[in-house]
Design a protein around this ligand. Structure first.
Ligand code: FMN
Length: 158
């Protein structure tokens, strides 16, 4: 059974809420999920996962520093995470606040790690971007994201 790390930074709870939706959705699909605040992730656990879904609030058009710290520490396992699945999400304050860039900043780091990122059709291109508290639109996007992520995990494990 696939094991996925869902990790996030969240100060006022919006990004955490998306992380919980992602975790619940994946769990319902039979994926084993560790839902862990990014500050509490044991970096040495990374090679044990089949996939990573990472969320950060939009801070000045990019990721919040605790997420950047996690990413920078993950260099310890550079070339050891090849072929694992990755996805990302964010919460921002305003429409057009740069949320897509936040998601792409996270995805870029996992591409550099050699992970596999699937683009999304029918919803936001790169990953869920909530404006403030996640609403019905984000709930729907998360359902699609976890279905596609779960299918990707199965393909990668075949
Ligand atoms: C330091 C800081 C910088 C921010 N910069 C942006 C920004 O550039 N664009 C934007 O849309 N929202 C910005 N916001 C708003 C947050 O992204 C937004 O409130 C988000 O929902 C917070 O997520 P959280 O509840 O998970 O902490 C910023 C907030 C903070 C505290």
């Amino acid at each position: 059974m696939a094991r996925v790390l869902v990790t996030y930074y969240s100060r006022s709870g919006n990004t955490k809420k998306i992380a919980e939706l992602v975790s619940d959705g994946l769990t319902a699909l039979g994926v084993t999920v560790d839902l862990i605040p990014v500050e509490e992730v044991d970096i040495d656990s990374l090679p044990g996962y089949d996939g990573f879904i990472v969320g950060s609030p939009n801070y000045f058009g990019t990721i919040a520093w605790p997420v950047k710290k996690f990413i920078d520490e993950s260099v310890k396992y550079y070339k050891k995470l090849e072929g694992k699945a990755a996805a990302a999400f964010t919460s921002e304050g305003i429409i057009g606040g740069g949320g897509d860039i936040v998601v792409l900043d996270i995805l870029k780091t996992f591409l550099i790690h050699g992970c596999v990122v699937q683009g999304l059709t029918g919803i936001g291109h790169f990953g869920p971007v909530a404006v403030g508290k996640p609403d019905e639109r984000i709930e729907k996007e998360v359902i699609i994201l976890v279905e596609r992520f779960s299918a990707l995990l199965q393909k990668l494990q075949a």
